[in-house]
Design a protein around this ligand. Sequence first.
Ligand code: FES
Length: 307
Amino acid sequence: MERNKCIDAGREGCPCALAACGQCLVCAKLRGETCQACSWQGVCIDTLYAQNGRQVVLSRRQQQFPIQEIKKYSEDFKVFVLQADRGFCQKAQTAGAYVFVKAEEDANWYDAPISVLKAEPETGLLHLGICRCGPKSSRILEAEHDLWVRGVYYNALSGLGSLQENAAEAFVYAKGIAMAPLRNFLDGGARYRQWLQHLRIFADLDKVGFDFFRDYFGDIPAEAVEVRDFAKEGLCSLDDLDHMEESDSVNVFALTSPYYAQLVERAAGSQVVRPVEGNMCCGEGICGACTCTDETGHTIRRCKWKD
Ligand code: FES
């Protein structure tokens, strides 16, 4: 596994806390090695660090965003529409964007990583879908006036590097609120259109329901969408499965839980776009919650690592 890739390299907030502790994923010099070991083609991160007085660039502070609207689809699933600002929403309208969210009065350890459902730079509105799954989401679901938001972070999805430009087809398997990142692909214009030719969506509306799908994905032509219960009916028809496996010109997205993403990846026979596995907790490469160890014994921080 190549180690010198970081989702945040060259972005606002770089150099980050990993630079300060000599563990920048990209800059060999900041790790105490020589520039010969560096293949980074952007502005030298060590130089940026020096220019910033050898201090971390803190760009993702918590911000208090008023709640403009709460769309209640059920007791356990709501969409919060927040009044953010244009710049924030511009950054949030990126494939794989997510933010950390907590209710106003809660301690920082209630921060939960939430994929951006929809960002509207023109109005500064940010839409976040919250499904009840534990104490953090339960606390957010009770919020009425404001939410505290930290971001934007970009590593909610893995496999983006495997997408083929102008592939003949795109198959999207989407289940529950894990389908949230799809909206940013659809709203991203020319940046992402090349990956979504002849789109077909297999959607399991478990826990989110049809009203939510109509509100957020109702612009997708009906003939491109097949609503299914994955547990009872499978991911798609056997013909479609065969076609996906045999075609060498199809982009596959599994916007589902890891269980179904694994099934999709196995059926596709190659890497697909899917949520990053691992529990995002700090998002900064520090806490270790998202880490795994590769075959050479190196620790991979999945919140930072870009595949
Ligand atoms: S979420 Fe903390 S190290 Fe990745």
